[in-house]
Design a protein around this ligand. Sequence first.
Ligand code: SF4
Length: 299
Amino acid sequence: MLVSEIMLQQTQVATVIGYFERWLKRFPDFPTLAAAPEAEVLHAWQGLGYYSRARNLHRAAKVVMKDHGGEFPRQLDLIRALPGVGRYTAGAVATFAFEMATPIVEANIARVLSRLLNFREPIDTTTGREALWQAASELVPKKDAATFNEALMEFGALVCLPRPKCGACPVRTFCRADPPENLPVKKARVKTVALTERCGFIASRGKILLEQQTGARWRGLWTLPAISDFGIQTSDLPPLARVTFPFTHHRVTLEVFKTTAPQPLKGNQSWFPVAALEKIAMPSPHRRALEELIPKLCA
Ligand code: SF4
């Protein structure tokens, strides 16, 4: 339950299913996950993005082993205290795994409640969120909370859609939405900013030079080395490959240039045989660039 909820935080169900099944085969329980090296955990996660979720799951497994004797806690505040577990995830695990009478508010429930209550405050502000959670707490029944929460989510997914089917709605007589299409209210969207990142493709004797990231985005993962480390100008050179990917409010273009290895290598840089690349944890954009370039340049 915890694994699926954390995987679903920023990824669609259809994408998550395969990862979830492979993850449970590789880490079937908390002792296995807690004992695994971080590189193995990140490798299992690669392709899902937002790697802090994998690190948090790994840390949560360690907390379960160390602080809870290997038993997943059954108190809402203790579940919520696990790394990477926010209010929604804690509530979902508590209600669906342990039948606790806890409210949950996710996108579907937020839309349904906003409309039923004709809630005019933006739901993505602190006060808007609090008011919705308060409303959900008042509504959740003491018995069968899981069924109630599931029903609210399904209602939002099937009837009270972004374009609501009010004509077929069983609760339209007491819905206050005016008009429903304008609800829920949200803050103005943050504009997406375009960014370009430049990396080097350095191959020698069947090996590729990579560097291990220490920054928050991809900490612990191996990527192509940043071009700034080579002191060369790229403006006159066409890139060998170009890969675009989204990251929070950015649209990042990764440009890869052919260059030579720095002398000496940096402490976080290392050569990897092409055949070994499959086994190391690497973010998808860098793996895509390598998959494009290796057949052309290392054949
Ligand atoms: S009447 Fe329309 S807006 Fe109101 S709850 Fe039903 S589907 Fe949603």
